[in-house]
Write a protein that binds this ligand. Structure first.
Ligand code: F6R
Length: 247
């Protein structure tokens, strides 16, 4: 794993943006695997600003998102579909039909998971952007998720519900279930870019980089990915005491 330690959130976002822009410039029809949450917002802001200033085009780009809350329609303000539109898609020239995310209100959840897995077979991510949960989750793959799982519906853990409650009016409004790509869909990406900032991510980052590869810390599977880059700030890197392999 290539580990890049930076001073803070803005520098993390700058470095992530440089990687994403390079991919889109070199391959205007790239498949970008995207994440929601607080972590990639700075990256998305830079993509929007750069599209306006430099005209980088996303007209042929395709995107696949990691996850979506079960029970929330795409126009629900807390849905991840809405998050992606307001934080990125509305600010660039991507075609809505080229953006993909699980349908949170699918009537047949198993059929929706199968549909998404088939889609991911045809749209292999050239790069997959990830955040990391304080419990080491990636996407909504909570501790204990077998590494060979593909898209599925999960019951969110109490810690994830608490972490996400800040975005809802009341904790009881946070959906209890979600659709998520599985570790296997994530590992299938040609390249992984995982971002982490803040002291509350330090234990998870330690497990990601130095811990045992175990489903108890889902992100640890990324140690087996041939092209994985972690960009994290000093607070998130605090437990990576020896600087070997860390730039
Ligand atoms: C989001 C996702 C989650 C987040 C993680 C970190 O699509 O899949 O795994 O990346 O929960 O969330 P933030 O960035 O809000 O700390």
């Amino acid at each position: 794993m290539n580990v890049i330690v930076v001073n803070g959130y803005e520098e993390m976002s700058d470095r992530a943006f440089a990687i994403m822009k390079d991919i889109v410039v070199k391959n205007p029809a790239a498949v970008l695997g995207l994440a929601t949450g607080s972590t990639p917002i700075g990256l998305y802001r830079r993509m929007v600003a750069d599209h306006a200033a430099a005209g980088t085009s996303y007209r042929a780009v395709r995107t696949v998102n990691l996850d979506e809350y079960a029970g929330l329609a795409p126009d629900h303000e807390q849905s991840y579909a809405y998050f992606m539109r307001t934080n990125l898609f509305d600010g660039i020239d991507i075609l809505p039909e080229n953006t993909h995310i699980e349908n949170g209100i699918a009537e047949d959840a198993a059929a929706e998971c199968a549909r998404y897995n088939e889609l991911l077979e045809t749209l292999r991510q050239d790069i997959q952007v990830l955040g990391i949960g304080s419990n080491g989750h990636i996407a909504f793959n909570e501790p204990g998720t077998p590494f060979d799982m593909t898209t599925h519906v999960v019951d969110l853990t109490e810690s994830t519900i608490r972490d996400n409650a800040r975005l809802f009016a009341r904790e009881e409004d946070v959906p209890r279930r979600a659709f998520t790509m599985g570790p296997k869909n994530i590992m299938n990406a040609a390249r992984i870019l995982i971002l982490a900032n803040g002291a509350n991510k330090a234990r998870a980052v330690y497990g990601l980089v130095r811990g045992e590869v175990t489903p108890s810390l889902p992100a640890s599977i990324l140690q087996h990915h041939p092209d994985c880059t972690l960009i994290c700030d000093r607070a998130a890197a605090a437990l990576l005491s020896d600087e070997k392999g860390v730039s």
